[in-house]
Design a protein around this ligand. Structure first.
Ligand code: XUL
Ligand code: CO
Length: 451
């Protein structure tokens, strides 16, 4: 088998297989930290990180923004004579990119890989045609589908929502898309299926029956779950939280909100969360907060790896670059037990003025290196045990005696209050340092020790 896949035409000529060259390398097209076969805590970096390329950003977004037209040249678009042919070429370009980069996974929306037809059945036929081609390329290269999803937000019919649309007819269209997208995911042995409710929210409460819309969303999710499970989908269903954009308010606001929604509708056993760093920021949270919240609630699943710009405040979808951030993220992920069906999907796009073909490679290389370095630092933190030991020691008063009885639920408020005299006497009670600065310094040390 060739080192990488090339279809009828090479779409990234002059760029070969990206190699690991180590931290001292000054080759922009080489990994400095991501050494796929290197073992970290018993697993290879490849197994830990499970990198995926996002089809929509990498082969679909052409640099268009509200102020200007496309800046990115997509040869796979311009050398085709029909929309379907353009998608076939795009698929070749995508597999060439995945294999040259050495990413083991990819993710797509139905409309990223196949053009919408004039009717739901024509759309389904288009998708099935492209799925068959993708299956061949997966088999030839070993690249796998991390998750599939349906685009229920771009078409004008979804301007008032998909599953939460006030017009029932729109829900039928959304159902046709989700059914076909789940079929596609099953056919490609996808490890997950994502629901990101882009327009499942409201622009104004003045025109919205919030309770009814949430009921509809829950019913739609339950139907989708039932369809997937009875048709052989063995992977994980994920909900991807985001607080806003494009809607003013999105119902899947953040991890805690999604968890509450799932419990309220009895869906908590069937869905996990796909946590996106930039969405966490938009919700006013740290990425680490969302990861740890999901782990604590037992619904951690997968990650959309990107970042925002702290000065901008919208979903800029930039590639991750801060090793401090990736260290804290990998620490949370490792402590949650690591990925099973999930992975790190780069839901990130190169900037409008990044117009060289190499930019797409360099962006992914940087993101993969940032997470590889973060993994090394996080494993060092775990092996060293200082941080976990410090946290454990903070709670030792609950490990035995009355504290343990409280935790076990064997105490009422009067009994707890009665202990105030014997346990509450010291003037220093509760005034033990949290040592935040020391711990922050410790993290800096771990990050700088990476090699
Ligand atoms: C949008 C977003 C989506 C989902 C998949 O902010 O993150 O691309 O990841 O629909
Ligand atoms: Co995303």
């Amino acid at each position: 088998m060739a080192d990488y896949f090339v279809g009828k035409k090479e779409y990234f000529p002059g760029i070969g297989k990206i190699q690991y060259e180590g931290p001292a390398s000054d080759n922009p097209l080489a990994f400095k930290f991501y050494d796929a076969d290197r073992k970290v805590g018993g697993k290879t970096m490849r197994e830990h990180l499970r990198f995926a390329v996002a089809y929509w950003h990498s082969f679909g977004q052409d640099g268009t923004d509200p102020f200007g037209s496309a800046t990115h040249d997509y040869p796979w678009k311009t050398d085709a004579s029909t929309p379907m042919e353009a998608h076939e070429h795009k698929l070749d370009a995508a597999f060439e990119f995945f294999t040259k980069l050495g990413a083991g996974f990819y993710c797509f929306h139905d409309r990223d890989i196949a053009p919408e037809g004039a009717s739901p059945s024509e759309s389904e036929k288009n998708l099935a045609h492209m799925v068959a081609l993708a299956a061949e390329r997966q088999k030839a290269t070993g690249v796998r589908l991390l998750w599939g999803t349906a685009n229920l937000f771009s078409h004008p019919r979804y301007m008032n929502g998909a599953a939460t649309n006030p017009e029932f007819g729109v829900l039928t269209q959304a159902a046709a898309q989700v059914k076909a997208a789940i079929d596609a995911t099953i056919a490609l042995s996808g490890q997950g299926y994502v629901f990101w409710g882009g327009r499942e929210g409201y622009m104004s409460l003045l025109n919205t029956d919030l309770k009814r819309e949430k009921d509809h969303l829950a019913r739609f999710l339950a139907m989708s779950r039932d369809y997937g499970r009875t048709h052989g989908f063995k992977g994980t269903f994920y909900i991807e939280p985001k607080p806003m954009e494009p809607t003013k308010h999105q119902y899947d606001f953040d991890v805690e909100t999604v968890a509450g929604f799932l419990r309220a509708y009895g869906l908590e056993k069937d869905f996990r969360v796909n946590i996106e760093a930039n969405h966490a920021e938009l919700a006013g949270h740290d990425f680490q907060h969302e990861l740890e919240t999901a782990a604590a609630l037992g619904i951690f699943g997968s990650v959309d790896a990107n970042r925002g710009d702290p000065r901008n405040g919208w979903d800029t979808d930039q590639f991750p670059s801060s090793v401090y951030e990736t260290t804290l993220a990998m620490l949370a992920i490792l402590r949650a037990g690591g990925f099973t069906t999930g992975g790190l999907n780069f839901d990130a796009k190169i900037r409008r003025n990044s117009v060289d073909q190499a930019d797409l490679f360099e962006a992914h290389i940087g993101g993969m290196d940032a997470f590889a370095a973060g993994l090394l630092a996080a494993q060092r933190i775990i092996d060293d045990g200082k941080l976990a030991g410090f946290v454990r020691d903070r709670y030792t008063s609950f490990d035995a005696g009355e504290g343990a009885r409280f935790e076990a639920g064997g105490m009422n408020l009067e009994e707890l209050a009665a202990l105030a005299g014997s346990l509450g006497g010291s003037a220093r009670l509760g005034r033990t340092s949290g040592k935040q600065e020391r711990l922050e310094n410790l993290i800096t040390q771990y990050v700088l020790k990476v090699k």
